[in-house]
Design a protein around this ligand. Sequence first.
Ligand code: ACO
Length: 327
Amino acid sequence: MGIALTGSGSCTPQVSLDNHGLSQIVETSDEWISSRTGIRQRRLADAETSVCAIAVAASKQALEMAQIAPTDIDLIILATSSADDLFGTASQIQVQLGATKAVAFDLTAACSGFVFGLVTAAQFIRTGAYQNVLLIGADILSRWVNWSDRGTCVLFGDGAGAVVMQANDRDRLLGFEIRSDGTQNACLNLAYRPQPKELVPGVTIAQGAYQPITMNGQEVYRFAVKKVPEVIEKAIFRSNISVEEIDWLLLHQANQRILDAVAQRLKIPPEKVISNLANYGNTSAASIPLALDEALRQGKIKPGDTIAAAGFGAGLTWGATIFQWGR
Ligand code: ACO
């Protein structure tokens, strides 16, 4: 069974904070942030904005583009690391969309979540189990950023993006490669810190809290620049195409320097690199579908175009998919 990506949508919170605004919170400057990362502003969710709300808004657009009804959806996968509810947020999306037939679950793989979700969704379609899948990447990492750590708080923003994936006669998902390496887990964490609590003498449980994001930026940078080109090359090889046939390089929008370095290693010219991180920063699982949706709606990406999409982040996790847009 073939797979087609037929609809996309996105949603970001209204409120934006530019680099000048950030320099009022931590010792930094627009010059430092834009020259080291390419980021100029980011959208931030207020207390009324949930992951579910922005995910639903993005999903409605994707369903409209794909011209399918919520009741047609068989499966909803929400890729997120900042769920409204640790028991899962996807079911709330299901009910708010009225996707009564769909089974819904969350998938956590940090900034690789969208690519991991795409590959997961594809397996259900390939086996013939499901015809219509809604895949969402949505994160509100501002909830978990340490706003006094200038090394990380300048990087992240909030947002959601969604795609509809459908069973199709012609197979538009050409290849993929996804990877994990837990030995490097300490490079990037949003970790639970337990606090021992004695319930009765001799019975102690741990009730603690999640700690803000910590990151070894240089390690993550080195990892991304080395490993991401490798998985893209592997996915291209599996797709039986050449790198010259890639129309668009669509990377997780972490840092412009990473985008440039990966493109350079793959010998993909700058005009084929999709980038919108200047306006949104790193929106984690949302960044790839958010950039995809913008490029589609701007008429940049056209039906039939071949896209190499790659994510990388905490875990560590990384992965690439090669697909052609549309039926
Ligand atoms: N403003 C001003 N100065 C700063 C800032 C800031 N916001 N942040 C750090 N600095 C300072 C440091 O303190 C350091 O000063 P020192 O030399 O006096 O000690 C200096 O700038 C250089 O710091 P580095 O960390 O070496 O800066 P680098 O050039 O490596 O850039 C960055 C840092 C942008 C974080 C980069 O390492 C990076 O992009 N890494 C990858 C991060 C990433 O992509 N994460 C993606 C995954 S996210 C996920 O999965 C959730």
